[in-house]
Ligand binder design. Structure first.
Ligand code: S3P
Length: 448
């Protein structure tokens, strides 16, 4: 949670990162496991759940909505669900902290229940656009009363007579797709979302695993995902794979710090999430995948990493949805690659936890990196290893991925790089600094 207390961290030039690393559970899958567990009838057992601030916000929310959450040990939970349509009206605001995924998925899930729910979040979340979910969810019959219409705090008056919808996503967004599918669960008939560009499909996969009727059809308009209404979800035992978006920081550190050899284990390799790995391969990265058997409904691999001399590339804009959270760390890696890395068609980055284009451009410039900013992206003019001056303090705007990206860059710059506040790292990857220390990276907390 953003307590307002800053925690400055400093990444120091390091060498030879080594180790065999277990990364914590996937954040997107963890949110969905908690929400679908809460909507099923009976006990869902989850192993490997990510215990980060964002996921804890979702857990608190489903408790306020009437389900029971029991923690057995680290990452092992039981969720006792109330069944679709069974959410109770909460007696307090639901505070989603920093998490856009929590608020957008939960609003979808409550919107077709006949209850009134009020949502809020930290200052970053309170400034993020909610219109993207209000638009489709209003079509079910739900009412929204937000600050300035589409901002949190927001009260959602769920409808007791929802009507099913067909909705074509105007922007590629897994959060919007998921909000509509979750609303469709307590709606009669069939609800369809059409997406032109594939976004992460964890909701569809998990809905099927919980026994919901889900149909996926390709058409000229895109992929149509249809969920059957008045679904009865059967509780599950599920294991959450390790998060490729968190692994991205450890892998990147291994690639850019000289003489490093690392393995990151059990990483989710869902093709809707692996755009960064593809981009790294095009840059010349030495990555080797050991595919492994799994029961999670998601492909998994151990990834072996060796430090590599990387060259700049142009990232195809159509790849953006499969690596949307990875542009900050790609930009940091691009700074120590040879040549230009062009990242365009990613205007969405301006409405993430912070404006990530602006935060990366300003931060990289203060580290002595040549960058060109566009409305829809940026180009990093990389000059190879040893070219980044560092010796600066970067503003993170309470954005976990901006903080981790600059700490990784500090490992291979000529002087340390400080981030003004690393406390946001707990929203997604609380083990980050411990794992970094274990593999030999020097990251230190400073007096604030
Ligand atoms: C997420 C979807 C993405 C991503 C976010 C997690 C999800 O957001 O940036 O970190 O779990 O559905 P958008 O749906 O806004 O692209």
């Amino acid at each position: 949670m953003n307590s307002g207390e800053q925690k400055p961290l400093r990444g120091f030039p390091s060498n030879q990162l080594k180790g065999n690393v277990i990364i914590s559970g996937d954040k997107s899958i963890s949110h969905r496991a908690v929400i679908l567990g809460a909507l099923s009838v009976g006990e869902t057992k989850i192993k490997g759940l990510l215990e980060s601030d964002d996921v804890l916000a979702t857990m608190n929310a489903v408790k306020l909505l009437g389900s029971t959450v029991v923690r057995h040990s680290q990452g092992c939970y039981s969720i006792f669900g109330v069944g679709t349509g069974g959410f109770l009206e909460p007696d307090n605001f639901i505070d989603c902290g920093n998490s856009g995924t929590a608020v957008r998925l939960l609003i979808g899930a409550v919107s077709t229940n006949p209850i009134t729910t009020s949502f809020t979040g930290d200052s970053s979340l309170r400034s993020r656009p909610m219109n993207r979910i209000i638009k489709p969810l209003s079509k079910f019959g739900t009412e929204f009363h937000g600050r300035n219409c589409d901002l949190l705090p927001m009260t959602v008056v769920g409808t007791d007579e929802p009507v099913p919808i067909v909705y074509k996503l105007p922007i590629p967004s897994a959060q919007v797709k998921s909000a509509v599918l979750l609303a469709g669960l307590n709606t009669p008939g069939k609800t369809t979302v059409i997406e032109e560009k594939a976004t992460r499909d964890h909701t569809e996969r998990m809905l099927k695993a919980f026994g919901a009727g889900v149909e996926i059809q390709e058409s000229e308009e895109g992929t149509a995902i249809t969920v059957d209404g008045y679904a009865e979800l059967n509780p599950l035992e599920l294991e959450v794979p390790s998060d490729p978006s968190s692994a991205a920081f450890i892998i990147s550190a291994g690639l850019i710090v000289e003489d490093s050899t690392l393995t990151v284990r059990n990483i989710g390799m869902n093709p809707t999430r692996t755009g960064l790995f593809k981009t790294f391969e095009e840059m010349g990265a030495n990555l080797h995948y050991e595919l492994i058997e799994n029961s999670s409904g998601e492909p998994l691999a151990h990834i072996h990493v060796k430090s590599s001399d990387l060259k700049g590339v142009e990232v195809p804009p159509e790849r953006a949805p499969s690596m949307i959270d990875e542009y900050p760390i790609l930009a940091a890696v691009a700074a120590v690659s040879e040549g230009d890395t062009v990242m365009r068609g990613v205007k969405e980055l301006r409405v993430k936890e912070t404006d990530r284009i602006s935060a990366m451009v300003l931060g990289l410039k203060s580290c002595g990196v040549d960058v060109t900013e566009y409305d829809d992206g940026f180009t990093v003019h990389g000059k190879g290893r040893g070219s980044v001056k560092g010796d600066t303090t970067v503003k993170t705007h309470f954005d976990h991925r901006i903080a981790m990206s600059f700490l990784c860059l500090g490992l291979t710059s000529n002087n340390p790089i400080t981030v003004d506040d690393g406390s946001a790292i707990n929203t997604s990857f609380p083990q980050f600094t411990d794992i970094m220390a274990n593999i030999g990276a020097r990251i230190e907390e400073l007096e604030s």
